[in-house]
Write a protein that binds this ligand. Structure first.
Ligand SMILES: [Zn+2]
Length: 161
């Protein structure tokens, strides 16, 4: 069963390379691989040939404290805790959780937020994946991956994806 591990519910859970995890979580690939080599990040398992393999949750738990784009929580004396970054999350005991992205605000009950937390990593991976019909060029640099629009692309027709 290479590449997959059964989770608690018996479902096959996809295992990922360090490079794939770094891309999904927006951290530098080389940096992530270096951390694995130094033992600062411990993969879920290794293949017979010694390659690191990750369960998404294991990578997330270890990389989150290092990911600069994940905002730190600011707790106010009033009991309100605010995370401000590209998205803003406001939580307060006994209240719905407020999630804002750009101009849109969602009010979520803790149970709903818990469900979102489980769904979002897969949703992000899906949203970040290139459309199979897209012929735009993908440029990878130390700063990350950039999509360069190509006029002949049937999906984007030269517009920035
Ligand atoms: Zn395209």
């Amino acid at each position: 069963m290479s590449g997959h591990n059964a989770n608690r519910n018996g479902f096959a859970e996809r295992m990922w390379s360090t490079t794939a995890m770094a891309r999904q979580f927006g951290v530098h690939e080389r940096d992530a691989r270096n951390r694995v080599n130094l033992g600062q990040l411990v993969p879920t398992s290794r293949t017979a040939s010694g390659r690191a393999r990750w369960r998404r949750a294991d990578f997330a738990a270890q990389i989150a404290p290092h990911a600069s784009h994940i905002p730190r929580a600011v707790a106010h004396p009033s009991g309100v805790t605010v995370w401000s970054g590209l998205t803003q999350v406001v939580a307060q005991p006994g209240r719905a959780i407020e999630v804002s992205a750009r101009a849109v605000t969602l009010m979520l009950l803790p149970e709903e937020a818990r469900q979102l937390t489980a769904i979002l990593p897969a949703a992000i991976a899906t949203a970040d994946a290139q459309d199979p019909d897209c012929t735009c060029r993908e440029l990878t640099s130390p700063a990350g991956t950039t999509i360069v629009p190509v006029p002949s692309c049937p999906v984007h027709q030269g517009a920035t994806p």
